[in-house]
Design a protein around this ligand. Structure first.
Ligand SMILES: CC(C)(COP(=O)(O)OP(=O)(O)OC[C@H]1O[C@@H](n2cnc3c(N)ncnc32)[C@H](O)[C@@H]1OP(=O)(O)O)[C@@H](O)C(=O)NCCC(=O)NCCS
Length: 173
């Protein structure tokens, strides 16, 4: 299933995407926003395989429109079917040179629309670190609301950081 946008398309993540995935997760300028250390190959492969075999989630590569350029990935997981809730949305544009060009905004709109319209979700949740103001701004721009704060929930590079809990509800009644 390919989800088509005007700047990017979302395509199912496959095992052939691992070398890109590894590059993205090895970059400290990217991984810090995920609250992670740069991941060497082995733990990264473990993480990647856990995504490919996750039965409670959907994972897509983000590809620049009309090109072969894969720039990141996005997913909905921890889906509670009975409640029609996805407890985690994630998104990574893996190379900072692609930040700030509208790709992340469009990819997250495509993904949330897919979640609400195709998966029948009623609510999508995510977590964002307090220093990730770019991501928080994008989430607010596309309709997510901060519902709570997990105070000093992560210890990163010698200091404590809050984690914002955000969610968006479907407007389908
Ligand atoms: C967060 C992320 C997905 C956003 O994707 P992106 O393609 O860079 O986002 P866009 O270009 O669509 O939009 C960025 C917006 O943030 C704004 N922005 C940029 N830096 C900002 C900052 N420091 N604080 C607030 N807003 C900022 C831009 O002006 C732009 O808004 P505009 O379109 O209204 O002008 C991407 O930067 C990324 O993958 N970062 C690293 C991993 C990450 O943080 N993932 C999310 C974890 S919760």
């Amino acid at each position: 299933m390919i989800i088509e946008g005007s700047l990017v398309d979302l395509r199912p993540l496959t095992s052939s995407n691992f070398s890109d995935f590894n590059k993205w997760h090895y970059n400290p300028d990217v991984s810090r926003f995920l609250g992670m250390k740069p991941l060497p190959r082995e733990p990264c492969l473990k993480l990647f395989n856990s995504y490919l075999s996750d039965e409670k989630g959907v994972y897509f590569g983000i590809q620049v429109k009309n090109s072969d350029q894969l720039i990141g990935y996005t997913f909905l997981t921890k889906i509670l079917k009975i409640h029609r809730v996805a407890r985690e949305l994630g998104i990574v544009i893996g190379d900072p040179k692609f930040w700030g060009q509208g790709y992340g905004t469009e990819a997250s709109i495509l993904l949330t629309d897919y979640g609400f319209n195709n998966l029948g979700l009623h609510r999508i949740e995510l977590l964002v670190l307090d220093f990730n103001s770019r991501a928080r701004y994008v989430y607010e721009k596309i309709g997510f609301t901060v519902e709570g704060v997990q105070r000093e929930a992560r210890y990163i590079d010698g200091s404590w950081h809050d984690v914002y809990m955000m969610a968006k509800l479907s407007d389908i009644k």
